[in-house]
Write a protein that binds this ligand. Structure first.
Ligand code: PBG
Length: 327
């Protein structure tokens, strides 16, 4: 055969394949989720998330130290408060679970970069992501409590806040309150295109944050929609977001691609609890090779255009990057 084009030339061996990789991953792009439970001392496995733990404030540095040992220097904190009420007031309590966890981590590991998830669903007794008016979440009232919460995280020492509630106007509201209090340099990572997804199931069990009635479809996005994601991102850009996010990741690679091309801001993707649980379950059942599927899934998110990834597999992926299996 007189074939001039033989793409297999660049696939002949490991050395050339690694040289020609189009997608590069780094441990610097990985963010690890950490769950802190106010009622707990020590750590306890999360049944819904095989291999993940709830940490008491006293033990949260164990999670951080495991990250640091793996080369992961960034985490996102989720809180399980001791008390919940209709307003979610423990979310902005100066002595709340997240605020205390931030102080405990920063006292010992100031170099560990702390992002906080800003949302009300873990703190409200009804489990919705904001203040209710009847059976609806009142958008503008919710902006007030989200802003207070974000400010209290930053005052406790958070490096970055990540609002995940999907209220309209929350990036502008949070930017305004942070700036009023001289926190102009604290960035906001916006959960911009966050879909109303069934993939959050294990997280809601882990965080005790499932809504007690109804669902989140009146604030989180409809999975049918793509242009709406572009619109949400555009609004967050206008309102002053520093980083955009698409969530979940694997079922929304098209959205990651489109939004990362449409906007100049860094793009984060969140590989959510259900994505992790599926890989774990199929791996445990011997149906797939967990390690290889984990690697391939993570790199597909970067290939789609993400610049960073929040993932429960962060530590394992760091190992894969170090070995050269990916990245
Ligand atoms: C809080 C929040 C959720 C997740 C991140 N922040 C749950 C939800 O919106 O119901 C899900 C993360 C995951 O599934 O891993 N609103």
């Amino acid at each position: 055969m007189e074939l001039i084009n033989r793409p297999r030339r660049l696939r002949q061996n490991e050395a050339i394949r690694r040289m020609c990789r189009e997608t590069r991953l780094s441990v610097d792009s990985l963010i690890y989720p950490i769950f802190v439970d106010e009622t707990l001392t020590g750590k306890r496995p999360i049944p819904a998330l095989d291999g993940q733990y709830h940490y008491g404030v006293d033990a949260v540095n164990e999670a951080v130290e495991e990250c640091l040992a793996a080369g992961i220097r960034r985490g996102i904190l989720f809180g399980l408060p001791a008390e919940k009420d209709a307003q979610g007031s423990s979310a902005w309590d100066k002595k709340g679970v997240i605020q205390e966890a931030i102080r405990a981590i920063k006292a010992k590991h100031p170099e560990f970069y702390l992002i906080t998830d800003v949302c009300m669903c873990e703190y409200t007794d009804h489990g919705h992501c904001g203040i209710l008016c009847g059976h609806e979440v009142d958008n503008d009232k919710t902006l007030e409590v989200l802003s207070k919460t974000a400010l209290s995280h930053v005052e406790a020492g958070a490096d970055m806040v990540a609002p995940s509630d999907m209220m309209d106007g929350r990036i502008a509201a949070i930017r305004a309150i942070l700036d009023q209090h001289d926190h102009q340099n604290v960035p906001i990572m916006a959960y911009s295109a966050k879909y109303a997804s069934a993939f959050y199931g294990p997280f809601r069990e882990a965080a005790g944050s499932a809504p007690s009635f109804g669902d989140r479809k009146s604030y989180q996005m409809d999975p049918h929609n793509r242009k709406e994601a572009v619109k949400e991102c555009a609004l967050d850009v206008e309102e002053g977001a520093d980083i955009l996010m698409v969530k979940p990741a694997l079922s929304y690679l098209d959205v990651i691609r489109e939004c990362s091309e449409a906007f100049d801001l860094p793009m984060c993707a969140y590989s959510v609890s259900g994505e992790y649980a599926m890989i774990k379950a199929a791996g445990n059942a011997g149906m797939i090779d967990e390690y290889k599927v984990m690697c391939e899934s993570a790199l597909s998110v970067f290939r789609a255009g993400a610049n960073m990834l929040i993932t429960y597999f962060a530590k394992e992926l760091a190992g894969a990057i170090q070995k050269g299996d990916i990245g």
